[in-house]
Write a protein that binds this ligand. Structure first.
Ligand SMILES: O=C(O)CCC(=O)C1=CC=C[C@@H](O)[C@@H]1C(=O)O
Ligand SMILES: [Mg+2]
Length: 375
């Protein structure tokens, strides 16, 4: 297929509640929707970088720069784009900037599937027709407010409860959750790199709490120190920020730095790499789950599709749209099919349409790029 036009819409979507983690509080999602059009069909992708480089080194501005100055001109110049993997030569010429690459690649995957008349889930090798999902709860001001929020999520039927922790808000809140709701609720902690090897004794206090995992306890770019920590903990370590590629996953698994991997499509540079990590982990008996970056329905749709692959055996952070948004930009919005379960769309591509009225409400800027080269 020949890509005739690529559009970058920058959207500001206010969150229903501020989302706080160990590195800050997010009130509005500022992100890019990439639309790629060919012969009357349009595919959609979404950038997952935060407005500032809090989570990794990318931001909304770096995504825009890399897409506008480097990636889009080369994509519009391609004479052959029969499969999203044909983007590889362009991507390999650019170091890093995986969230920028993933936003474009997601649009091309959606477009490719729409032209083939196949669902994104099927095209990726998905086998599940519905997925269990969990929820990620940000840092709450008090333990009481955390318990209320956890109770509400359990009542809604979420299949995994993820709680953010940081020094000073870790053991006690997790103990309080176990005390209130029992030892069997599927519960995990996400530390977002807030700890160091000096905190081993503190983190060991979490071991008796039957947590599913502790996510990214140490530095965002570390693998080796997580080996030391995992030897001291009975709770499995799950890596998020440290894993950017299937090569990172191989190294982390081979040296014993992690027992579970949180795959985020944006963090690893797109669906093609996400599938490679899934497939490698499946061979190694390492379960994976799909993390979130507070996506709109478009990014959520991509996450639902990749989660339909068989080694996504742990519920991901893919809540329905109304967890974060008063009004999402997809039609339909992402909803529970039954408590804690989302149906995998069978329609072509991502399986969700765009709610144009809602979309335009959030757009703050648009850049349009057209192919000029004649074949
Ligand atoms: O998108 C969701 O619902 C989950 C978001 C979420 O938990 C995270 C997003 C980005 C950084 C962290 O705070 C955390 C994570 O690390 O998984
Ligand atoms: Mg995380």
């Amino acid at each position: 297929m020949i890509i005739e036009e690529i559009k970058l819409d920058r959207l500001h979507m206010p969150l229903k509640h501020p989302f706080e983690t160990s590195f800050g509080k997010l009130m509005t999602k500022d992100f890019i929707v990439v639309s790629a059009t060919s012969e009357g069909s349009t595919g959609y992708g979404e950038s997952t970088a935060f407005p500032l480089p809090f989570y990794n080194e990318e931001s909304t501005e770096t995504v825009l720069y890399i897409l506008k100055e480097l990636i889009i001109p080369q994509v519009l110049n391609l004479d052959k784009l029969d499969h999203p993997q044909d983007l590889d030569p362009i991507f390999q010429s650019i170091k890093g900037h995986r969230m920028a690459k993933a936003a474009l690649e997601g649009a091309i995957w959606d477009l490719y599937c729409k032209k083939k008349g196949v669902s994104l889930s099927k095209a990726l090798g998905g086998t599940n027709t519905e997925i269990d999902v969990g929820v990620s709860i940000g840092i709450e001001p008090t333990i009481g407010e955390l318990l209320d929020r956890v109770g509400g999520c359990i009542d809604q039927g979420y299949k995994k409860i993820k709680v953010k922790i940081k020094p000073g808000f870790d053991v006690k809140p997790m103990e309080a959750i176990r005390e209130r709701f029992g030892m069997d609720v599927p519960l995990m902690a996400d530390a977002n790199s807030a700890y160091t090897l000096q905190d081993i004794d503190l983190l060991k206090q979490l071991d008796p709490l039957n947590l599913m995992m502790i996510e990214q306890p140490l530095a965002y770019d570390d693998i080796i120190d997580h080996v030391t920590l995992q030897k001291e903990l009975s709770t499995p370590i799950c890596l998020d920020e440290s894993i950017h590629s299937v090569e990172d996953a191989r190294k982390a698994v081979e040296i014993g730095a992690t027992k579970i991997i949180n795959i985020k499509v944006g963090r690893v540079g797109g669906l093609t790499e996400a599938k490679k990590i899934h497939d490698y982990c499946q061979e190694q008996g390492i379960p994976v789950w799909c993390g979130g970056m507070l996506e709109s329905g478009i990014g959520r749709a991509h996450n639902i599709a990749i989660t339909s692959l068989s080694n996504f055996t742990i519920p991901g952070d893919t809540s329905p749209s109304d967890r974060y948004w008063d009004r999402d930009i997809t039609d339909p919005e992402v909803e529970f099919y039954k408590p804690g379960v989302i149906k995998v769309p069978e329609g072509p591509g991502i399986g969700y349409g765009i709610n144009e009225e809602a979309f335009i409400e959030y757009v703050v800027h648009t850049d349009t790029f057209s192919r000029t080269k004649t074949v």
